[in-house]
Design a protein around this ligand. Structure first.
Ligand SMILES: Cc1ncc(C[n+]2csc(CCOP(=O)(O)OP(=O)(O)O)c2C)c(N)n1
Length: 652
């Protein structure tokens, strides 16, 4: 749905997610180029961008082929004078790292904001890495908002600082900050008048960090970081939130833990023998550390708890600063391994505070349910509403009709029990689940070919089969494929081609025939592989018998073989179909007289549309079945009737 208000010059006030608020800030700040690669918790930023009507978008946006390329495109735009932004998920920084670590040494004439969606709690990632470490590695400041309003406001401050200092800056979001909703207010602004005169000037750099040239560039990066420390001391986001009068206890925190802490402290009042809530020092920038503010706070308290999600990043800096100043304040850092793990939701913060100060928080359980779960205030709708506390947990699974399911079902029949399967990242990772058990190793996007190559060395008896999604093929898969050809490795690669980046919400990729802005040339994975000299065969995955045969032949042939297992993503397909006028819903039926209850449909094919009655009878879930018919061929007794139109319910 189009939402032109995001870019309106008049003041703006809406209840939105952090991922939408940031787009408003991009428009207000005059950001000219935005790039990304999809990954949770950030893809909704692109969804918000897509709601700005084409032609009214004040900046260029693209999904690049991966995070490294996205960072390079934004960098190129910045050194040509445009304010640029790149966004991606936590582990995206690993892919971008080789480029990212150079940026602080560059004179970023237009400014550049790097928006990272970190994922404490590992809601949708393969780890919960703390990217503050990488920021320190390359002298890059980090702003850390605690809610959507701050996402908006901090973006503006960080972008302005980046422009003024010509340095990269990080706005570090996390899952709850991206997805929480609240009323966000944005002042009126004058739309930027962009000047398209090319401004790239090699002398403004230099932009060639080699050998002896590196030292002055590094010196300049360190000077900029030191200037940013002063910014960290004076930013309005740095706040002391007073606790009980005269308290000698304090908490130093930042980002989302601040919101959880304030919620937990809400119910704490001074009582008999209890001095009441501690003072809170809330940091706006977590790197570089505002040492003056921190040491002043330590000096005025006897005991200070450092409350930070994931690693002891702030703690190390704060302890070092206290040591240098010879302070006697007792610093309470991470005291339990669990403090290193997971999201700092209000229950988690309550637990930590209870362990720290049992007199202050006598029980780890709240006296009444936390407001964010049961009674969201009208202005702040927390993502906690959708947390597992409220909804029962559901096992992840492939959608009804998913071509990957047909593929796994078919491939399972071509493999020997001892064969080794290597997974990659994408919807097809779910093949590791029962009943398929396809994928015994997994690292990160594009790693399957390299791992498979290593696994196949010095052995012939166990065939190695690697999986790779099509978006991932372009993202980081190609080098592993080329390596397999170049070094004559011996495994079968199955490219799971569904035409989209399904797992992160159907973003187009280089093989889709469209990009974010419209139609484009589709790069054929098959043609690319053939041009590289690979032996390639292909089939639609719904042709299960053929796929089994192709995988069997590939495995028997030995050497590096590629099978393309293709079927369009059915979730995307059905979304398009159901919107068409005259759409007719179709479903399969079980022919009870033919069903001999071998249950292949449930136990080996595993479509969630089928369920078993206690009697052993199989039923079709009318809410789930999409009538794709991929299940028909799996039934040995032909007891599944072809999809037929489902009568629509009578309108009342
Ligand atoms: C470095 C990195 N960037 C982004 C992601 C988020 N992500 C998870 S799977 C995936 C790609 C999935 O697309 P594809 O390979 O086509 O497989 P599909 O889900 O369509 O089966 C992405 C981008 C990630 N895990 N790691």
């Amino acid at each position: 749905m189009a939402d032109p208000s995001l870019t309106q010059p008049e003041a703006w006030s809406e209840i939105v997610m952090g991922n939408t608020a940031i787009v408003r800030a991009m428009a207000v700040s005059g950001t000219r180029v935005v790039t990304a690669y999809p990954g949770s918790p950030t893809p909704e930023i692109a969804e918000a961008i897509s709601r700005i009507p084409a032609g009214e978008r004040p900046f260029f946006f693209e999904f690049s082929t991966n995070e490294k390329v996205a960072t390079e495109v934004a960098f190129g735009a910045s050194i040509n004078g445009h304010l640029a932004c790149v966004f991606f998920k936590s582990v995206g920084l690993n892919v971008a790292a080789d480029t990212f670590v150079q940026l602080s040494m560059m004179e970023l004439v237009g400014g550049m904001v790097i928006v990272i969606g970190d994922d404490p709690g590992c809601n949708s990632s393969q780890n919960e890495q703390d990217n503050r470490h990488l920021a320190r590695l390359c002298y890059t400041p980090v702003w850390e908002p605690m809610n959507p309003q701050e996402v908006h406001d901090m973006y503006l401050e960080a972008a302005a600082w980046s422009q003024a200092q010509r340095m990269p800056v990080i706005l570090r979001l996390s899952t709850h900050v991206c997805h929480a909703k609240m009323r966000v207010r944005s002042a009126a602004f004058t739309p930027a008048q962009h000047d398209d005169t090319p401004r790239f000037d090699p002398a403004a750099g230099p932009y060639l960090p080699i050998t002896k040239l590196v030292a002055p560039l590094k010196r300049r990066a360190l000077e900029k970081l030191e200037r940013t420390r002063e910014k960290a001391e004076t930013t309005p986001f740095l706040k002391v939130l007073p606790g009980a009068p005269g308290t000698r206890r304090g908490v130093i925190t930042a980002g989302l833990p601040t919101a959880s802490l304030l919620e937990v402290l809400e119910g704490v009042a001074p009582g008999l023998g209890v001095e009441g809530p501690p003072d809170v020092l809330r940091l706006g920038l977590v790197h570089p550390l505002p040492v003056r503010a921190v040491t002043d706070f330590l000096r005025s308290h006897d005991e200070v708890k450092i409350l930070e999600e994931l690693d002891d990043f702030l703690e190390q800096g704060i302890v070092a600063a206290a040591y240098r100043e010879g302070l006697s304040c007792r610093i309470r850092g991470k005291e339990d391994r669990e403090e290193w793990i997971g999201e700092y939701t209000p229950p988690k913060v309550r637990e930590i505070l209870h362990a720290t100060w049992p007199d202050l928080i006598p029980s780890a359980a709240p006296a009444t349910p936390g407001p964010s779960v049961d009674a969201p205030s009208p202005d702040v709708l927390s993502a906690d509403v959708l947390s597992a506390d409220v909804l029962s947990a559901r096992a992840p699974q492939m959608c009804p009709g998913c071509g990957h399911r047909s593929a796994f079902h078919a491939i399972a029949q071509a493999l020997a029990a001892e064969d080794i399967t290597v997974a990659d990242i994408g919807c097809h990772t779910l093949g590791f689940l029962p009943p398929y058990h396809m994928g015994q190793v997994l690292l990160c996007m594009g790693a399957s070919c390299g791992i498979a190559a290593g696994l196949s060395l010095f052995q012939k008896s166990r065939r190695v089969v690697a999986f790779l999604g099509d978006s991932t093929f372009f993202h980081a898969g190609i080098p592993g494929v080329i390596n397999a050809l170049f070094n004559r490795h011996d495994f079968t690669l199955i490219v799971m081609e569904n035409g989209t980046t399904a797992m992160t919400g159907h973003q187009a990729h280089a093989g889709s025939g469209e990009n974010f802005n419209g139609p484009t040339q589709a790069i054929s994975i098959k043609d690319l592989l053939v041009s590289l000299g690979a032996t390639v065969c292909e089939t639609d995955t719904y042709q299960q018998g053929k796929l089994t045969q192709l995988v069997r032949e590939a495995n028997e042939a030995g050497g590096f073989q590629v099978v393309i297992a293709r079927h369009p993503c059915m979730l995307a397909h059905m979304r398009r179909e159901t919107r068409k006028p005259g759409f007719v819903k179709r479903q399969v039926r079980i022919l009870a007289d033919k069903c001999d209850q071998r249950h292949v449909c449930v136990k080996r094919f595993g479509c969630p549309s089928f369920f078993l009655e206690p009697t052993g009878a199989v039923h079709v879930n009318a809410d789930l079945c999409i009538g794709d018919g991929s299940c028909l061929q799996t039934c040995p007794s032909k007891a599944i009737a072809p999809p037929s139109a489902v009568p629509t319910k009578e309108e009342p």
